[in-house]
Design a protein around this ligand. Structure first.
Ligand code: BMA
Length: 373
């Protein structure tokens, strides 16, 4: 009798503990996607993953050299997180707006997954009302017209179909879908995209966000996504939440903020970015989500101590899941060091910091396996 009672109590305890673990917004998310979300929460207590955009595709002075990455050339190991950009997928183009063929991108995503890393995708989509216009061609009330105009609406749905097909083509060795952190309509607190501040009302933005999630998840049955909401600069919690699509529509709270010394003569970046990190941390904790510094960097990294002297104080001890720097496109546009770059020493110290996670530490965390097993 006593044993039965004990077993029942134990059963309840498991149910209780199980409920305490928060799940992604997609209740039908694949097992690996659910595991990734739980592991992002768990691992963020240990340290912050480092990410690099297009890390496996090209770097300074090279393109498509299997196994190469500028980060690896300097640090001896890959980043933990890999960013990819799918702009132009909507237009049925064979390569992204940054000239990465989608077939190659799929292989890079598979490589990153196979080595235990995490993939995130952004989407600088063209304007669905006038598809010849880019993300940066700002036009008033694009979102309103997208839903009001039948042709535009049909076009946007076909763009989502293309996106869904690509996302569902990302498979691991057992045929399982590779989990992706999807980060659409980013930097909306800035005014440079058609979905940005000044061009879209908060209600319109929320409508677009929710429509996109519902369509991908419920209509296209894409179940390998975690959704990241990522603003640009913001001034307060209220400001951050102005376009918030709802707790049931977002998994990861992020923001982007670049270090631009030329427009920051009083060197406020560290303090500003830190304040924003703390705001997303507070909100993330309250909402039991994951929080991240979704895009940053100092173009050309002209400060030799940038990694330890600037980035580290911004990110450390804030439970951030990851920090990602942008792409190494060319000598006038890069954000990670390459071999013999003046910031390489500071970068190596950063890589070896116990609270910063690169490939080796993240592989050991088995991000796609059930937590606690
Ligand atoms: C910007 C630049 C552009 C690129 C765009 C989308 O920050 O890197 O060259 O096309 O991102 O990835």
């Amino acid at each position: 009798m006593k044993i039965r009672f004990l077993l029942i109590m134990l059963g309840w305890l498991f149910v209780f503990v199980g409920q305490g673990q928060s799940l992604p917004i997609d209740k039908k998310a694949t097992a690996q996607t659910k595991n990734l979300f739980a592991n992002l929460q768990r691992v963020s207590n240990k340290g912050t993953m480092f990410g690099h955009q297009d890390a496996l595709a090209y770097g300074i002075g090279w393109k498509y050299q299997p196994g190469r990455s500028d980060v690896k050339d300097v640090a001896g190991e890959y980043p933990a997180l890999f960013g990819w950009e799918v702009g132009h997928l909507e237009l049925n183009k064979p390569m992204s707006l940054d000239s990465v063929p989608f077939d190659k991108m799929r292989s890079f995503i598979q490589q990153a997954y196979a080595q235990g890393g995490v993939n995130t995708i952004s989407w600088h989509l063209n304007n669905p009302v006038d598809p010849a216009k880019t993300s940066w061609d700002k036009a008033d009330s694009t979102i309103h017209q997208l839903f009001a105009d039948k042709t535009a609406f049909k076009r946007y749905n076909s763009w989502l179909d293309n996106l869904a097909n690509f996302l569902k083509s990302l498979k691991g060795p057992q045929g399982e879908y590779i989990p992706i952190i999807f980060r659409p309509f980013h930097e909306h607190t800035g005014g440079w995209f058609w979905w940005g501040r000044g061009y879209a009302a908060p209600t319109e933005y929320v409508q677009l966000w929710r429509y996109t999630v519902d369509y991908l998840r419920d209509k296209k049955k894409v179940h390998n996504l975690l959704y990241a909401y990522s603003t640009d600069r913001f001034t307060s919690r209220e400001d951050y939440l102005q376009n918030w699509p709802g707790d049931e529509y977002v998994d990861i709270l992020g923001f982007d903020l670049y270090h631009r010394p030329e427009s920051d003569p009083y060197n406020r970046w560290v303090a500003d970015a830190r304040k924003m990190v703390e705001t997303v941390r507070d909100l993330g904790q309250e909402k039991k989500k994951v929080w991240a510094f979704t895009e940053t960097g100092l173009e050309g990294v002209p400060f030799a101590n940038w990694w330890t002297g600037f980035l580290l104080p911004v990110i450390q001890d804030a439970g951030l899941s990851y920090v990602m720097v942008w792409r190494n496109a060319r000598l006038t546009h890069f954000y990670a060091p390459y071999s013999k770059h003046p910031s390489a020493n500071s970068f190596k110290l950063f890589v070896n910091h116990p609270k910063v996670l690169f490939e080796q530490k993240i592989a050991a965390e088995t991000m796609y396996a059930p937590v606690g097993k």
